[in-house]
Design a protein around this ligand. Structure first.
Ligand code: F6R
Length: 610
């Protein structure tokens, strides 16, 4: 959470910092700030609110200087106001610090520093870092050394960038549990919390590891282990193009990403089923023997990725016949991790940086579980720390509400299930072939839903005034109900809950009256008849029903106020396609309420604090 950017070079400093922050704003957007050194003097500007508030402040100031750092914040400690915004600044000589992560022992450090005469301005945990640096700078020879002494006190996580008037030609960065990268340029260098901030300037990237420091100068970068020797680090050339970070004519990233979904499915099929019917996972790196003898998969993830994990469970249990647990990372991490020696832990994550999911991987490794990650962002921490990886190939996802990556994860889970099923002999080649052939039609099916965007918009506008929604589904489409409800609530702030339809009569049915819209995911499936009964139960209590049904289903019209049809397809594919109308429904409801679709309040794209 939060974004860091820094630059040393000849480009316009405010422009590099502000554009970088704008591109990082999906990581947090409640306040922002920059600090710049010009003629040896450090100046800074901070504002509460979105980045444009800061832009308005510095516009026309003609800020000179060739070195600076910036930060966009997602508040953890202290309100999102100007005082709590980063950078945090020390006394004289002036030092500026920007910080991502959480310092867990900040209250103890703060008390100690106050007893030594330091004065604090903010309510943040981060301010203790700048005060510690200030203290050690008075006794040490360099910013780098002062920072090393300071971080020795810190418990928790940090990605840090520091700038000091004492050494106005360098930015010092370090990390523990929160990413920092260095972008290498020609007579210029960049630092950032992720590549989005710098990818338009350079594709030559060095990933800092935990407990490493980098001293970044215009023509030189040195890397060292904290309190240790200097180390060599090899830059990687990143293939992502910065075009993907543009809206390309769409009013919002979310809408663009929803419309990219047919292409995403095609890309995944090209990558993993490159020829004929053989599924190939190049980066799996876990021996087939392990999968053959496996007793259990343990899937752990957060939010939308957790929903994809539940569908993964249904698929793996049905077709690969492997007992599969799914847990929230934030829970799994603190449970007893029991192993019999034949389990694989699967982490599911778009960003590859979610703190709880990453912490689970690290903990599970200590218990000797092999780790397989389903990840979108290449070179993310999970990518680098897992034994094997299945990339979701969704491309850059910027809208805070995850859409195309969820769908991509479902396709990857289906292919993975077929692969494991074949390895374990629980499905025949013919069964696998049939599903792969059916999957090839999914892009077409999704496009047919996208063509109904106007119909879905009309439905959204009809119900947009409602303050509560229920979503119900069964089997493979129970997680679709959870995900549909999450999409709606996170971007429209309407309270919405997903239920397994069979659970309705065990409590939630009490909520139903003529004002409650109930979104029912009811494609042709093994549980179709049961779903129809549940829909009738809703109708009998005057609830409003918006039904996702299969083309040709005329019966459903009798119980539906509105129907959105999806094409006929095998049941295994229905969660991949039926989520699309729900994404559009959420989008258009949020739009009708004038909500900030791409940057909903209180959220951030990448949740790097626990
Ligand atoms: C919701 C959403 C979040 C994320 C969750 C995990 O639209 O995006 O619920 O799914 O924060 O993030 P990743 O997948 O990056 O681990």
């Amino acid at each position: 959470m939060c974004g860091i950017v820094g630059y040393i070079g000849d480009k316009n400093i405010t422009s590099v910092l502000l554009v970088g922050l704008e591109r990082l704003s999906y990581r947090g957007y409640d306040s922002s700030g920059i600090a710049v050194i010009s003629d040896g003097e450090l100046s800074w500007w901070k504002r509460a609110g979105k980045i444009h508030e800061l832009e308005n402040t510095v516009k026309g100031l003609n800020i000179a200087g060739h070195i600076g750092i910036g930060h966009t914040r997602w508040a953890t400690h202290g309100q999102p106001n100007e005082v709590n915004a980063h950078p945090h600044i020390s006394g004289t000589p002036k030092v500026a610090i920007v910080h991502n992560g959480i310092i867990e022992n900040y209250l103890d450090i703060r008390d100690l520093l106050i007893s030594e005469g330091h004065v604090f301005q903010s309510e943040t945990d981060s301010e203790v870092i700048v005060k510690l640096v200030e203290k050690y700078l008075a006794e040490s020879t360099s910013l780098e050394h002062a920072l090393e002494l300071a971080i020795n006190h810190l418990h928790g996580t940090y990605g840090l960038a520091a700038l000091s008037e004492t050494e106005p030609e360098k930015i010092v960065v370090c990390r523990k549990g929160s990413p920092i990268i260095i972008g290498l340029g020609d007579n210029e260098n960049y630092v950032a919390s992720d590549i989005n901030a710098v990818i338009q300037h350079t594709k030559k990237i060095v990933y800092l590891d935990d407990n490493q420091i980098a001293i970044v100068e215009r023509n030189n970068v040195r890397y060292k282990n904290v309190n240790g020797a200097f180390v060599e680090k090899t830059p990687q050339i990143i293939k992502w193009d910065s075009e993907a970070a543009e809206k390309q004519g769409y009013p919002h990233y979310m809408l663009k990403e929803i419309f990219e979904q047919p292409t995403v499915v095609r890309t995944i099929l090209e990558k993993y089923v490159p020829s004929g019917n053989q599924i190939v996972f190049k980066d799996l790196r876990i021996s087939p023997q392990i999968f053959k003898q496996l007793n259990r998969f343990i899937i752990q993830a957060c939010g939308t990725s957790w929903h994809a994990g539940i569908i993964g469970k249904y698929l793996l249990e049905s077709y690969a016949r492997v007992f599969t647990e799914v847990d929230f990372s934030s829970e799994f991490r603190y449970r007893q991790m029991l192993t019999e020696g034949s389990e694989v832990v699967i982490a599911v994550s778009q960003s590859g940086e979610t703190a709880d999911t990453l912490a689970c991987i690290r903990e599970a490794k200590l218990h000797h579980f092999p780790i397989l990650s389903f990840v979108n962002v290449k070179n993310s921490s999970m990518d680098r720390e897992s034994d094997g990886v299945i990339y979701s190939h969704a491309g850059q996802e910027i809208g805070v509400a995850s859409t195309k990556n969820y769908l991509a994860q479902l396709v990857c889970f289906l292919l993975f299930t077929l692969y494991i099923g074949r390895e374990r002999g629980t499905i025949t080649q013919e069964e696998s072939d049939t599903l792969i052939i059916a999957l090839q039609k999914v892009p077409e099916y999704i496009s047919s839903i996208l063509d109904k965007a106007d119909q879905i918009k009309t439905i959204a506008e009809k119900y947009g005034f409602c303050r509560e929604f229920l979503f119900i589904g069964r089997g493979l489409n129970y997680p679709t109900a959870l995900e549909g409800a999450l999409k709606l609530k996170e971007i429209s702030y309407i309270h919405s809950t997903g239920y397994a339809a069979g659970e309705l009569k065990h409590g939630p049915i009490a909520l139903i009256d003529s004002k409650l819209p109930v979104v029912c995911i009811c494609p042709s499936s093994k549980t179709y008849d049961k779903m129809v009964s549940n829909i009738q139960e809703v109708k009998a209590r005057k609830g409003k029903t918006i039904v996702i049904a299969t083309e040709g289903d005329t019966v459903i019209k009798n119980f539906a106020d509105d129907v959105i049809y999806i094409p006929q397809m095998p049941e295994e594919l229905t969660p991949i396609v039926s989520i699309v109308p729900l994404q559009l429904l959420a989008y258009y409801v949020a739009l009708s309420l004038d909500c900030d679709v791409d940057q909903p309040r209180n959220l951030a794209k990448s949740v790097t604090v626990e």
